[in-house]
Design a protein around this ligand. Structure first.
Ligand code: NAI
Length: 699
């Protein structure tokens, strides 16, 4: 049952009941339509109340129907709203808690609306690259006024019902209930008070004008320019609302429909909808059921108060979870604490954090030099030097002191989590928690699942991630996990491009124009070129046949490690992040090229982007095939949240799907023929080849 029907004396009540937020899926829509028919056919019924059970009036479209034909199947939302408008008996929406998207559009179709205070009201479609598609852009400006309505439609942000009710002249809410608890009773009374009113008022008949006319819409277009870069929807919101002021209602509805359907087909909206679903899917692990028990995490210990340890600690302090940091020496602890303080103080200065909140967070932080002080912590996260011997010593100590059932996590970025687990007598409690730097800022958390990691440990870590506001993605154990294993191939392509004729600036600019936050060389300078250097030194031992450009090694031999040394692929002025191209680096690249006997060629931006992005895609396909990632959308989340992949392209896998996997493979075959590139690498991963053969996509 997704919409219940009950008669209370002379009032029929239709209660949406499709948890968690009464999404307007097909069955719910059918339930509303049936309820309306029943109520209109029943002579004892004088008026009809529509409300929502549980935590919402309605959150809008049912995400389970996203992009499926069910979403459009009759009765679709437009038809339901038409049925509401055409009801011969008054229909009253009784809204509370959450009234968003299609939920608000449904309410706007009702003859009257009564709202509980505290209700979040929004038309959030713009966040999915769309405009409201069931009359929201035509009715909200009529009910609320053009300007506040456009603000809501363009931002997609919720506004509280009581604030909206205060807007002068608004016709969105005819009445405010005194509380959410009394809404049901007050709605019945209100319905009785309007039961005999005729003609029935309709929002569509209200006037819709802005006093400034065209000038206002010009201002509005200028205002949305910033947020419209790469996203077509915000400007289309302005067009649709303008149509509400200039066209007859039904014509405006057709304009809205046109815009909505066109936006549905844009790659940007497809990307945003993909991300919406991918984000929710990431927390679901195929073989870990949703009802897997979780361990209670009320206190955390962090080993190592360096760059990562400090940032990791801040995440927990921000979430109100006490943290105890352990170091080998007092001065390391002092430095760690000072950095955390400095971070918070700069937030206080910028007005982003209240002084009392800052003090409250710091009061949750304690330190120690002794492992015995950690024994009561529910979870410990290790962030010490990246050396297996150091990790061994730490995990043996943790195994000795931590209480049974405590979760033992490592923030290692390259080491084998199974090996780390083997240092303890409780490998089932060991897991990788790979944060990204700066750990208090970056949204991504790779949860590394060891061979023996227990399911309840995984489900607990996923829940903890949510609490500290991270997007967690599960990765199996392999070198570099999902993100860094892919970035290594991307970096290798960057090197070949230099050898063949590019400058670092040209490569960076091309991929930044594609939408990456930062090109590979600026990113190398930020992360420290010495990190990649160390990895390559290890690689040439392990994989002697691996082909790669030596330019990055030459750069490191010059001590140009990046921003931290003031010089890398670019020069940096202290205190600034601007990357200034350096002539000596360009000469170094040219000389190296000459020593290899390569005649430089002009490489197009298109080739640069394809080689960089498809190198990610091919490695990702291998990762997927090996089961390191359990779904393609997880890989997209890693790249969107942790590596600055452009949001409007939806991640590398989504992008490849959009380009067409056939085309992607064709390009790979072309690259394989380039003698200066790595033909073996460009062999399409078997999974990719299979998908192409079957005409399928990743997602
Ligand atoms: P760091 O050098 O800034 O900090 C390491 C801290 O651990 C130092 O303060 C050191 O005194 C302390 N330490 C070393 N041995 C210890 C021991 N036996 N007991 C207690 N404390 C000890 O290093 P960073 O960058 O914070 O890295 C830490 C870990 O995080 C490494 O495993 C690294 O691979 C990983 N990681 C680093 C990222 C980064 O961007 N820096 C990103 C993701 C992971």
């Amino acid at each position: 049952m997704t919409a219940e029907y009950k008669v209370h004396g002379d009032i029929a009540v239709i209660t949406l009941n499709n948890p968690p937020v009464n999404g307007l899926g097909l069955a719910t829509r059918q339930g509303i339509a049936d309820g309306l028919t029943k109520a209109n056919d029943d002579p004892a019924v004088k008026a009809i109340v529509i409300t929502g059970a549980g935590k919402a009036f309605s959150g809008g479209a049912d995400i389970k129907e996203f992009g499926s034909p069910k979403a459009l199947q009759e009765p679709n939302l437009l038809s339901v709203i038409l049925a509401v408008e055409n009801s011969s008996k008054p229909v009253i929406a009784a809204v509370h808690s959450v009234c968003m998207g299609g939920g608000l559009e449904l309410a706007l179709g009702c003859h009257y609306r009564i709202a509980a205070p505290g209700c979040s009201v929004a038309l959030p479609e713009v966040k999915l690259g769309l405009i409201p598609g069931a009359g929201g852009t035509q009715r909200l400006p009529r009910a609320l006024g053009v300007e506040p309505a456009l603000n809501m439609i363009v931002s997609g942000e919720p506004v509280k019902s009581e604030m909206l009710a205060m807007l002068p002249g608004q016709k969105l809410f005819d009445k405010m209930a005194s509380s959410a608890e009394s809404l049901a009773e007050e709605a019945l009374a209100y319905a009785r008070s309007v039961a005999d009113a005729r003609p029935l008022p309709l929002v569509r008949n209200l006037p819709c004008k802005h006093p400034l006319g065209d000038a206002y819409f010009q201002f509005a277009r200028n205002m949305v320019k910033g947020m419209s870069k790469n996203f077509p929807a915000p400007a289309k919101c302005v067009d649709a609302v303008e149509a509400a002021t200039k066209q007859k209602f039904d014509v405006g509805m057709a304009t809205e429909r046109d815009i909505f359907l066109n936006l549905m087909l844009t790659p940007e909206s497809k990307a945003l909808r993909h991300i919406f679903v991918a984000e929710r899917a990431a927390s679901k692990i195929p073989d870990v059921p949703a009802d897997t028990p979780q361990r209670a995490i009320n206190s955390v210990a962090v080993i190592g108060a360096g760059t990562m340890g400090g940032g990791i600690s801040m995440n927990f302090l921000n979430a109100g979870i006490p943290v105890k940091m352990l170091e080998m020496k007092q001065d390391a602890l002092d430095r760690g604490i000072a950095t955390i303080r400095k971070n918070y103080e700069s937030q206080v200065k910028k007005g982003k954090l209240k002084q009392d909140k800052y003090e409250q967070r710091m009061s949750l932080l304690s330190t120690t030099l002794s492992y015995d002080d950690l024994k009561d912590a529910d979870m410990v996260i290790e962030a010490v030097f990246e050396e297996i011997g150091v990790k061994e010593a730490v995990f043996k100590e943790l195994d000795r002191v931590m209480k049974p059932g405590a979760i033992l996590a490592s923030n290692t970025s390259t080491l084998d989590v199974n090996k780390i687990a083997s240092f303890t007598k409780r490998p089932q409690d060991v897991v990788g928690m790979h944060f990204f730097s700066p750990a208090n800022v970056m949204k991504l958390l790779e949860v590394v699942r060891g061979e023996k990691t227990a399911k309840d440990v995984l489900s607990t870590v996923m829940a903890v991630a949510k609490k500290i506001r991270k997007t967690a993605v599960v990765s199996g154990v392999c070198d570099g996990f999902i993100g860094n294993r892919m970035i290594e191939q991307y970096g290798r392509q960057g090197g070949f491009l230099l050898d063949e004729g590019c400058t670092p600036e040209q490569v960076d600019k091309a991929i930044e124009k594609f939408g990456f936050a930062m090109g590979p060389f600026r990113m190398g300078d930020l992360a420290g070129n010495d990190i990649g250097w160390a990895i390559r030194k290890r690689r040439v031992v392990e994989q002697a046949d691996m082909k790669y450009s030596k330019t990055a090694d030459l750069l490191c031999e010059k001590g140009r490690f990046g921003q931290k040394t003031g010089a890398g692929w670019y020069d940096y002025v202290a205190g600034k992040r601007d990357a200034v191209p350096n002539a000596d680096v360009v000469t170094m690249i040219e000389e190296h090229r000459k020593s290899l006997g390569i005649t430089p060629r002009k490489i197009s931006d298109e080739e640069i982007v394809q080689r960089l992005v498809y190198s990610l895609v091919n490695e990702a396909a291998r990762i997927l095939e090996e089961g390191i990632a359990s779904k393609a959308s997880d890989i997209d989340m890693v790249y969107l949240m942790g590596y600055g992949f452009p949001i409007y392209r939806g991640g590398p896998m989504n992008y490849a799907d959009q380009v067409g996997l056939f085309n992607v493979v064709q390009a790979m075959k072309r690259f394989a023929k380039n003698p200066l590139d790595d033909a073996k690498f460009w062999e399409p991963a078997p999974l990719l080849a299979k998908l192409v053969a079957e005409g399928k996509t990743f997602n």
